[in-house]
Structure formats: structure tokens, C-alpha cells
Design a binder for this molecule. Sequence first.
Ligand SMILES: Cc1cc2nc3c(=O)[nH]c(=O)nc-3n(C[C@H](O)[C@H](O)[C@H](O)COP(=O)(O)OP(=O)(O)OC[C@H]3O[C@@H](n4cnc5c(N)ncnc54)[C@H](O)[C@@H]3O)c2cc1C
Length: 373
Amino acid sequence: MPNSENLKVTVVGAGIVGAAIAFHLSRLGVNVTVLEAETPGAGASGHSFAWINSFGKEPRHYHDLNRRSMDTWDRFARLLDAEVGLKWGGHLTWASNEEQAEGLREQVQRVQSWGYNARMVDEKFIKSLEPGLEPDAVTAAAFTANEGHVLPARVAEICMDRVRLNGGRVHMNRKVTGIQTTSGGATIVETTGGPIECDVVALCAGLGNTELAAFVGIDLPQQVSPGVVIKTDPQPIILRSVAALYCPPISDGQQEIHVRQDIDGVLMIGEGSQESMALDASQSHADDLLSRATHYMPALKGARAIPVPVGYRPLPMDDLPVVGFAKQAPSVYVALMHSGVTLAPLIGELAATEIASGAKMDVLEPYRLERFQ
Ligand SMILES: Cc1cc2nc3c(=O)[nH]c(=O)nc-3n(C[C@H](O)[C@H](O)[C@H](O)COP(=O)(O)OP(=O)(O)OC[C@H]3O[C@@H](n4cnc5c(N)ncnc54)[C@H](O)[C@@H]3O)c2cc1C
């Protein structure tokens, strides 16, 4: 493999994961070209709730990976040196019946035993943290102090600016339509703008990775995992402290909702857990989610619900990330994951190091592609 300065790497996909990898490659002096079929954030990154956390992540090694990336986020944001909507403040949740409360206590105990900053709190604490919140019945409540949120599409855009500044090339609206590896070691990436030759191609195309991997004989099946996160028009500060709020169902048959408020005052509201499937992108569903949030946050009265199209989570079959070079196509590097918003800073750094140096990062060993082959 050439030295990193001579190494030509093509990164396919400018979602938050591909953007972070391309950014770190460009910092290492690698000759980077990014190819994006649409624009940064067109995929899952632009539809994400973007909660930076490791609360419900299992098994332990995956929890630790997310946690390590949480710790990397501040440094990543400092390197980007731009406003990316990064807000810390933790995550607050409560249960309104004994069954939910039991589940919450168990989850808190589990992550506490792993040294995570999570604790059970009471209604007084909720009110002191978020005076605008009216939680109804509180059977049990929990707070995790070190979690946050960010604007992933903004992160991806800034990464692209930095790649350009570092001498890389960024092509938007340039779809990859084929990949060929030659016996001489070169890799040809076919695109809607013509072929590009490189030493390594990094597949960071989220859902599109399955089709791209198949071009080089790699089987990379994904789960179909739709999700819906609606928005409001900008509001005065309603959530003054917490970064993510999980509120219990108001009536039987409903799911919980999760809520965040961005720096521009816009609130995002999703339903169920991080993994819940949702396909209803209608105005009436958006209105319903907003009315459930208003039940707990009366200051939202008068806000407007803005529906957002369904987003699809990139999701390997066993829920865990796939990261690394493919044994059967040694010039092809794959990065595919859910929780990519939490994981992008760490995966960006580690993947760039693996691609540029050929070294193997121990922490990525549980996530190699070979586990499916
Ligand atoms: C509803 C929802 C809620 C979520 N909530 C959270 C959360 O709270 N916390 C969290 O950490 N994660 C969350 N996620 C997951 C997270 O958003 C994703 O893991 C992350 O955005 C994946 O980033 P990516 O860059 O891998 O993929 P994407 O953002 O999908 O980017 C892939 C890019 O590749 C491009 N592309 C595809 N095919 C081609 C091709 N052939 N040629 C060129 N370009 C191509 C696409 O246009 C796209 O821009 C959520 C996801 C969804 C959908």
C-alpha cells in the first residue's frame, strides 16, 4: 500500500459516517475524493433524532464503543471549528406505571454496573431540571448526565468544507453505479460522472452499501428499519437543560415519545425507542405527536407540527456495526451502522487510521464483516 500522502481513497456517501471518515483521512494527508449521490444528510443522517448516547446499547463492548465515541464528540466538534448544534445536557425519562418503572430500574442498574453516569431521580429533580415539564404520574424516573444531541447534516456539510480545505475533492449529485477491482491492485469506481481510479474505496453509503458491496461480491444484508421524527416551527426555550426527553405513553396502546430542542428553537419529536419502526409521515400523525408532547409541555400550545418523510436506518442484520476491510476485496473498506450519529467521531478517526496505515484497531475487531461470511 502507498504512503498515506500518495494513497488515493474514494469515500462513497457523505452522511455523517462517510463525512467523518473523509474528514479524518484528509487530516492525515490522504488524497481523498468524496462521491455523494445527493447531498450531505440526504440519507439517514438527515432524518435522525441524533441523540448521542449509550444508554440502551448492548452487549457491553458495543456500549463501550458508543461511550468512547461520546467522549470523542467534543474534540471532533472542536476540530470542525463550526456551529454543529452540539448540545450536552443529558437525558431525562420517567415511567408512569410499575411495569415500565421496573424496566427502567433494571436498565439503569445495568449501565451503572458498567460505570455509566445514570441514576434514578424523583419528581422534584424533574421539576428543578425542567420547570416547564408537567409529567403527570411519576412512578420512577432516571437521568443520564453525559448525553447530548447534534445536527448530523450540518456536521456532514462542515466535514465536506474541511475536506476541500485540506485539498480533497467533493462531488455532490454523483452516484456510484459500479465498482471493479483489478488484478493489478487498482480499483475503478464507476460513477454518473465517469470512472475514478483509486487505491481504496470506502463504502459509507448507508442503505446503499448493500448494493455497492454486491458489486465486489460481498453479501451485506440489512434490516428494513423505517423511523419518523417530526419537527415544529421554532419555539422559545422550552427544554432549558436536557438534551433528550423520553415521555411515557399517555394512554394504553400508545408508545412513548422522545423530544429534543435545537439551538434554533425547533423541536424534534419521535415515537417509541431508538429502534421503533414507524411509517406514518402524515400531517395528522405529526399533529398527534405534537399534541402528546404538548400534554407534557404546555408551553408548546400553538406550535406547528411539520411532518418529515420517513427515514431508514442503515442496520446490519445483527444490529452491530460493520467496519473494516473486506477479506474478499482487500481494497474495499466498509462502514455501516445504526447509531452512526453517536459513533461518527470515533469511527471516523479509527477507520481513517486503518485505511491510511493498514493497522488494525483492536476495538473494531467485534465489528468485522467476516462474521457474516
Ligand atoms: C428515524 C431515525 C432516528 C435515528 N436516531 C438516532 C439517534 O438518536 N442516535 C444515533 O446515534 N443514531 C440515530 N439514527 C441512526 C443514524 O442516523 C445513522 O446511523 C447515521 O445517520 C448513518 O450515517 P451514514 O453516514 O452511515 O448513512 P447516511 O446518512 O444514510 O448516508 C449515506 C449517504 O450515502 C449516499 N449514497 C447512497 N448510495 C450511494 C451511491 N450509490 N453513490 C453515492 N452516494 C450514495 C446517500 O445519498 C447518503 O447521503 C437514527 C436514524 C433514523 C432514520
